[in-house]
Design a protein around this ligand. Structure first.
Ligand SMILES: [Zn+2]
Length: 312
């Protein structure tokens, strides 16, 4: 693994890094280290957009899962986002429901986005044939399965909750064998559609939070899976991850998707926001999220409720 943030990665495709947004290196990078512009000067307010669980599949609607409406809803959201121009757009995982080719249908739409887009990896993003599982990261133009990016004095840390899972790696890999052993030893009572952060990622996260503390950053953790309140959608090792992040005063919020009905809880001064899925509504669901020194304000669109969260 590369040393934590030892290499700074600047993606030149224009999708990942534009303006003052700086992507920081994570594990498993092969990118060349580059110097990046200093963006440490704090801007008091900025707005990002958040979408959760677009979850497209080329198939008929199934109950609340309105697959056929996904492309139109995403298209309409892109038009609104290009008009309002948030500084970036975050998708919190499950961009697709199944089939690797589903990515292309949606990426043809989000390629028209003016702001840069950051993807967090969800369980359904790995509902693809084994041969494609190691291609998901590249397809979504993220630098690694877990990574971080800065915007002014805020640091956004994207985690990979599929790291330890029954579905996240090709079956012929050592990682899959190791994960199945862990599942049977520790997690066999848990839902097979959830996963956990592995030991290496937990070390990386701790180092990332230590570094954010030294640099006086405000941190938002991005994860497809929630960890609080207790819920059947949570990471398998939610309790351990919560214990890890609790002592870090720099952590202001944990943003997740996965639970399509949305959720909210707060403990230890950290806000845990589960955003409503875009998939299962005929209307839409996404948010504009404004970050300021004292609060995070969520302006919901469609069925996503608005929230005003005072930060510690
Ligand atoms: Zn999910």
């Amino acid at each position: 693994m590369n040393s934590l943030f030892g290499d700074l990665l600047k993606i030149s495709s224009g999708l990942i890094c534009r303006g003052t947004l700086v992507v920081l290196a994570a594990a498993h990078l092969s990118a060349t280290a580059q110097n990046v512009a200093d963006n440490s000067s704090a801007k008091s307010n900025f707005t990002l957009a958040v979408i959760a669980d677009c979850q497209y599949a080329e198939q008929p609607d199934n109950g609340k899962r309105l697959y056929t409406l996904c492309p139109d809803k995403l298209q309409q959201a892109v038009a609104v986002l290009n008009a309002k121009m948030p500084d970036a757009v975050i998708h919190l995982g499950d961009f697709i429901d199944k089939d690797f080719k589903s990515f292309d249908r949606l990426l043809a739409i989000t390629d028209k986005l003016e702001p840069p887009m950051y993807h967090v990896l969800g369980n359904h993003d790995f509902s693809v044939a084994d041969e494609f599982k190691t291609q998901v990261v590249r397809k979504l133009s993220v630098p690694a399965r877990y990574y971080a990016f800065d915007h002014f004095d805020w640091r956004f840390i994207a985690l990979d909750g599929n790291d330890v899972s029954t579905y996240g790696w090709p079956e012929n890999t050592a990682k899959h064998a190791e994960n199945m052993a862990l599942y049977h030893a520790k997690y066999s009572q848990q839902k097979r559609w959830n996963g956990a952060l592995g030991d290496e990622q937990l070390v990386w996260l701790k180092q990332a939070l230590d570094k954010a503390t030294r640099e006086n950053k405000k941190v938002v953790l991005l994860s497809h899976f929630p960890i609080f309140p207790v819920n059947m959608h949570n990471l398998w090792n939610a309790a351990a991850v919560l214990e890890l992040i609790k002592p870090y005063k720099v952590v202001k919020a944990w943003f997740s998707g996965h639970n399509h009905d949305g959720h909210y809880g707060t403990t230890e001064g950290i806000h845990f926001v589960t955003f409503h899925a875009m998939l299962d509504t005929p209307d839409t669901a996404f948010s504009f999220v404004t970050f300021s020194p004292s609060q995070i304000v969520i302006k919901g669109q469609g069925r996503q409720p608005s929230m005003q969260l005072t930060i510690r």
